[in-house]
Each structure stands twice: as structure tokens, then as C-alpha cells.
Write a protein that binds this ligand. Structure first.
Ligand SMILES: Cc1cc2nc3c(=O)[nH]c(=O)nc-3n(C[C@H](O)[C@H](O)[C@H](O)COP(=O)(O)OP(=O)(O)OC[C@H]3O[C@@H](n4cnc5c(N)ncnc54)[C@H](O)[C@@H]3O)c2cc1C
Length: 409
């Protein structure tokens, strides 16, 4: 697909930034993290990269049609986000384009009051603080957001929040200043009007980090994932987002762009893995031939190329649909890529690991950590089955399945 001139120019700048600053910083960044006694301290290198990206105009590229960001369409942002995905632990944050802050900034930009924007959105846009999104709870099946049990109770001029959250990404980061917490404010209301979202400062009395959760042993420092306890956390009424009972609506709006961004980054990760695979296979000799000359390997390389390009095309199609008809109408395309991209990346990464031999599972190459990250995306932002179920429902609805169900009852 042809890029618009502004996306083309930004892509060129981004590619140079990756070559000159990001890839060379990867190993030193890991080395600093490994030496720190506190894993969740933020290495200075990251802040230096942020300053450099900002100076090069590579900042807040994710924000569509906004006075704050680059104002790119989803289709324009897709190839840029893919490039950032090639170095998923550094590049997205360096450009202030990393999850969960992007989704939180979109929520604040779209639904925040002017006070909420000046208190939280502005420092987030400037990269001075970070944020987290606390929906999932250990006690309930959180893929169904209507199960969320955390309570948000009105008491005079305050709301009192009580609940236990886990897998709150970014909450271990010392710069994380605010959480968007989803809970129930109206348990008697209809199923999708019970939930609200509220801004809770991370230093609010009653909020405590119970533990850091690792992914297949990776703590993903310095951002991490946390289990959080909220015990009688009192925040002003003004911290509620949009209004009581509007949490589900915000969650729907938040997840569309977030999901497609994950897919774009996964394509970048897969592309980097295939590149590493081919380079290695050309040099490495086994049984008198390079790996690249071994028949079994060659067809798999071809299949990876097909799979990556198929995913990219579907992602670009979803991005174009989001631009043309909005996130809600494009929900089928978003669901499709959310199922396709993580599995594609996992397949490509698994093959890349195999071709790298034992090196593939070692920390000398990024493949194992990429695989761990990609695997979580078959769960996070909706497990595969939930997206498949939505797609199946939309498909059956075309043929009047709803009418049949009603007729039966
Ligand atoms: C690395 C990582 C980061 C995360 N970051 C965040 C975050 O920042 N904030 C946050 O709030 N949450 C976060 N999550 C949580 C994530 O969004 C949830 O794990 C996800 O929504 C699933 O909820 P659950 O774990 O409660 O699984 P459950 O709801 O218990 O579901 C378990 C399994 O049941 C099956 N299932 C569920 N529904 C259906 C269905 N309709 N049909 C068929 N099968 C079904 C699926 O196989 C599913 O995996 C993160 C998770 C991970 C792993």
C-alpha cells in the first residue's frame, strides 16, 4: 500500500532513529537493568531516548486527529507502529506510543474533563508520568467485563473504591502516577450500565501493590505487571470519567485502537525475527550445507513471509476501515486481526527460535522474550475465543440467527 507523504517522511525519520539510537541501546539497556538491585528503577537511557525521539518529531504519533499528537490516521500510523514493534521494549515508549499509556491518553483526550486533562493528560502527553489500566481481577473471569466486582461507591463528595486487581501493566513503574480503575458503581443497573471508570492516583491512601507478576519468568521491568489492592480508597467525585454507568462504553472505545496497535507491533516483531532467521541461516553450516540450503527450512521461510504479509494486509484493511467507518463499525476487522496477528507472530518466532538452535531460547537473542510477549496477546485485550465468538455472532446475524433464537424462546 502506498504511504501518504507525511507518513513516508515520518517512517524515514523513524527508521533512522531505530538504526542510530534504538537498536544500539538495546544491549546496554538490558545490561543496566540486569545490574540494578531494584529492577523497577528506570534506566536513564530510556529518558535519553525519549528526548531524542521528541527532538526528531517522533512523538505521540498514535493520537489521531488531535491537537496533541501527529494527527495521523490509523492507516498512516500502522507502518510506523510496525517499525516500533521491532524493538518492543524500547521504541514504543521512546516515542511515547506505548501501551497502556496510549489507550489511557485516548480515554482522557476523548472522555476527560478539562481538569482531568490538565492534571493527567498533559503530563502523559509530555512523557513526564506514566499510567496504568486496572480492569482485570483475579477472582472473576475478566474476559467478560460485566463480571468485574471492584466497587465504586458514592459517599458525599467522594467515591470509595474497594477491589483487587491483577495484571495491571505498568503499575510497577515508579513513574506510574495514575490508574484508570474499572469497577461497579451501579450494581442494580442493566448489565452494561453497572460499570464506571475512575482516576485513582497511585499514591492514594489505601492503594497498595501486592506483588509483581512475571510472564514466563520475565518481569518486564521497569514497567512490569502488578497485583493491586484497593482498600477504602477515597477519591474526589470529579475523578469519575464521563459519568456513572459509562465504564463499559469507555472500555469499548479504548480497546479498538489498543488492539490494532498490538497487532502492528507484532508484525514488526515477526518481521525482525524472520530477518534474523534468514541472516543466520545463510551463515550457519550443518552437514556440509548452510541452513538456508536445507529444503525443510526454505519452505518454512516462504510460509513465514506469506503469513506476515497476510497479517499486515488484514491489519491495514482494519486500519483503513477504522478510519472510514469508525472503531465500532470496524469491530469485525479488529477482532479478526486480534486473533490472526498474535498466532502468526508466535509461529514465526517459534520457527526463528528453532533455526537459532539453543541460542534461540537464550538471552543472547530477543526471540524468547518476544515469544513470551506475543503469547500474552492471545489473552490480553480479549482472549482469542472471545473475538472468535463475536465474529461468529456477527456472521450468524447476517442470516437472521437472532430472529431464530427469539422464535425458539
Ligand atoms: C501480560 C498481560 C498484560 C495484561 N495487562 C492488563 C492490563 O494492563 N490491565 C488489565 O485490566 N488487564 C490486563 N491483562 C489481563 C487480560 O486482559 C485478561 O487476562 C483477559 O481479559 C482474560 O481475562 P482472565 O485472565 O480473567 O481470563 P478468563 O476470563 O478467566 O478466561 C479464561 C479463558 O477462558 C476462555 N474463554 C473466555 N471466554 C470465552 C468464551 N466466550 N468462549 C470460549 N472460551 C472463552 C478463554 O480461553 C480464556 O483465555 C493482562 C494480561 C496479561 C497476560
Amino acid at each position: 500500500m502506498t504511504l501518504t507523504p507525511r507518513a513516508e517522511a515520518l517512517k524515514g525519520t523513524l527508521l533512522r532513529f531505530m538504526d542510530e539510537c534504538v537498536y544500539p541501546a538495546e544491549k546496554p539497556y538490558e545490561a543496566v537493568l540486569a545490574k540494578q538491585s531494584n529492577r523497577f528503577e528506570v534506566p536513564a537511557l530510556l529518558e535519553e531516548l525519549k528526548a531524542e525521539a521528541k527532538a526528531r518529531g517522533l512523538w505521540n504519533l498514535f493520537l489521531p486527529e488531535s491537537e496533541h499528537g501527529a494527527g495521523l490516521t490509523n492507516a498512516e500510523y500502522a507502518p510506523l507502529c510496525e517499525v516500533m514493534g521491532r524493538s518492543p521494549f524500547l521504541a514504543p515508549e521512546a516515542c511515547n506510543c506505548s501501551a497502556p499509556d496510549t489507550g489511557n491518553m485516548e480515554v482522557l483526550a476523548r472522555y476527560g474533563s478539562s481538569d482531568q486533562k490538565s492534571e493527567w493528560l498533559e503530563p502523559l502527553l509530555e512523557g513526564r508520568i506514566r499510567s496504568c489500566f486496572a480492569m482485570t481481577e483475579p477472582a472473576v473471569a475478566s474476559s467478560d467485563a460485566t463480571n468485574i466486582a471492584c466497587s465504586i461507591d458514592r459517599d458525599g463528595d467522594s467515591y470509595v473504591v474497594n477491589g483487587r486487581k491483577w495484571w495491571t501493566t505498568g503499575a510497577m513503574d515508579p513513574r506510574c502516577a495514575v490508574a484508570i480503575v474499572m469497577g461497579k458503581s451501579n450494581p442494580e443497573a442493566s448489565r452494561h450500565r453497572q460499570q464506571s471508570m475512575i482516576l485513582v492516583p497511585m499514591n492514594a491512601p489505601g492503594l497498595s501493590i501486592v506483588r509483581s507478576l512475571s510472564v514466563f519468568g520475565y518481569d518486564e521491568a521497569p514497567h512490569g505487571h502488578a497485583e493491586i489492592l484497593l482498600e477504602n480508597v477515597r477519591v474526589p467525585v470529579a475523578n469519575l470519567l464521563l459519568g456513572e454507568g459509562r465504564g463499559f462504553e469507555i472500555a469499548q472505545g479504548r480497546l479498538g485502537p489498543g488492539r490494532i496497535h498490538h497487532c502492528m507491533r507484532l508484525i514488526g516483531m515477526a518481521e525482525r525475527a524472520l530477518e534474523a532467521t534468514c541472516r543466520r541461516a545463510i551463515e550457519r553450516v550443518a552437514f556440509g550445507k548452510t541452513l538456508a540450503e536445507q529444503g525443510a527450512l526454505r519452505h518454512k521461510v516462504a510460509q513465514c513471509r506469506i503469513a506476515i504479509d497476510q497479517s499486515r494486509l488484514l491489519t491495514l484493511h482494519a486500519a483503513a476501515r477504522m478510519d472510514a467507518v469508525g472503531n465500532q463499525v470496524a469491530r469485525a476487522e479488529i477482532a479478526m486481526i486480534k486473533v490472526v496477528a498474535p498466532q502468526m507472530a508466535l509461529d514465526v518466532l517459534d520457527f526463528a527460535i528453532q533455526v537459532h538452535g539453543a541460542g534461540g531460547v537464550s538471552p543472547d537473542f530477543p526471540l524468547a522474550s518476544f515469544w513470551a510477549g506475543a503469547r500474552t496477546l492471545r489473552l490480553a485485550d480479549g482472549p482469542d475465543e472471545v473475538h472468535l465468538e463475536s465474529l461468529a455472532k456477527m456472521e450468524f446475524d447476517k442470516y437472521g440467527a437472532r430472529r431464530t433464537e427469539r422464535a425458539v424462546h
